[in-house]
Design a protein around this ligand. Structure first.
Ligand SMILES: Nc1nc2c(ncn2[C@@H]2O[C@H](COP(=O)(O)OP(=O)(O)O)[C@@H](O)[C@H]2O)c(=O)[nH]1
Ligand SMILES: [Mg+2]
Length: 302
């Protein structure tokens, strides 16, 4: 299946809502009035696109009406273009260092960190590179088992320790193992933590300090995993995590399960952090590099 088709299928729910809402407004009053614009604005906000991009779309639609007259304005085309502009400065490629690239995967509980770590290992592997997984969520015994299961399935070595072990010690061992294997990537799965818990944020800082001591410059990427179904709450998570550990990018998961996909646009616009990958399902190849153009197209494609 092509990338566009994947985006389209994964974004189906958001597409349905967004297109349905815009159609309702536009066909309900084919001649644009102040009231229609207000309705359109409400529809875009309801789709979680955020204030900034919504205002951008509304003023572009207004302008089109002023120059073109009050009928025949392509509202969908305008919305698509403005969304693409909002997302366009997103650099998505995973950083690639000479030698080993260490990627730390962080976020609150249940957002999809472990799954994303496995999917990323699968992704670099399918591009001919080698990966190692570090099971640094030692807090929950099941987390290590879950990662090992993925490792078995994908044939990726998983470095793990005992339940309750110091995550920094596991990370240290994982770097040693990855270097010994000449692996190109080490993906570190960390324990879920609430962005409001100071001590857990400090633990994460310590983890990254130990990683940096073992391998200068590492972690080269710190990816925050956000669950799209949480909508705008994800924005707060991102702000707090970014304060504690500088993030290099975001991964937005579970877009297939929500009509709130517009939140991707809001988050990118608000935080200025690149969305590097999006999760469109539970399988290994359901993680896709983010692409602004394909995303905007897929939101509106029939
Ligand atoms: N539908 C869907 N489910 C996902 C996606 N990413 C993760 N999940 C599911 O979300 C649940 C939690 O994922 P997990 O990786 O264990 O989250 P963690 O607690 O952050 O490590 C699991 O059931 C995953 O299969 C996605 O992109 N789409
Ligand atoms: Mg996990």
């Amino acid at each position: 299946m092509g990338l566009f088709q994947k985006f389209k299928e994964g974004l189906q729910k958001t597409h349905n809502k967004l297109v349905h809402e815009i159609k309702r407004v536009v066909t309900g009053s084919p001649k644009l009035t102040g009231a229609t614009l207000e309705e359109l604005e409400a529809a875009l906000i309801a789709a979680d696109l955020g204030m900034a991009t919504t205002s951008q779309i509304i003023s572009a639609v207004k302008k089109a009406y002023e120059t073109q007259g009050s009928t025949g304005v392509d509202v969908f085309g305008i919305a698509k273009r403005e969304i693409e502009i909002s997302l366009s400065n997103t650099a998505t490629a995973l950083r690639r260092e000479p030698g080993l690239t260490v990627v730390s995967i962080v976020g609150v509980n249940g957002t999809g960190k472990t799954t994303t770590a496995a999917k990323l290992a699968h992704s670099v592997q399918s591009q001919g590179q080698t990966a190692v997984l570090g099971a640094c969520d030692t807090f929950r015994a099941a987390a290590v088992e879950q990662l090992k299961l993925w490792g078995d399935r994908l044939k990726v070595p998983v470095i793990a320790g005992a339940h309750g072990a110091d995550p920094a010690a596991i990370a240290h061992d994982a770097i040693t193992a990855a270097l010994a294997r000449n692996a190109q990537y080490l993906f570190i799965d960390t324990a879920g933590r609430l962005h409001t818990k100071q001590n857990l944020m400090q633990e994460l800082q310590k983890l990254h300090r130990v990683i940096g001591k073992k391998l200068p410059g590492a972690p080269h990427e710190v990816l925050l995993v956000l669950d799209a179904t949480t909508g705008m709450n994800a924005l707060n998570q991102a702000r707090e995590f970014h304060k504690a550990v500088p993030l290099s990018g975001l991964v937005v998961t579970k877009l297939d399960g929500t009509s709130k996909g517009g939140m991707v646009v809001a988050i990118q616009k608000e935080l200025g952090l690149p969305i590097k990958f999006i999760g469109l399902g539970e399988k290994a190849d359901d993680l896709q590099p983010f692409d602004a153009k394909q995303f905007a197209e897929a939101l509106f494609a029939d």
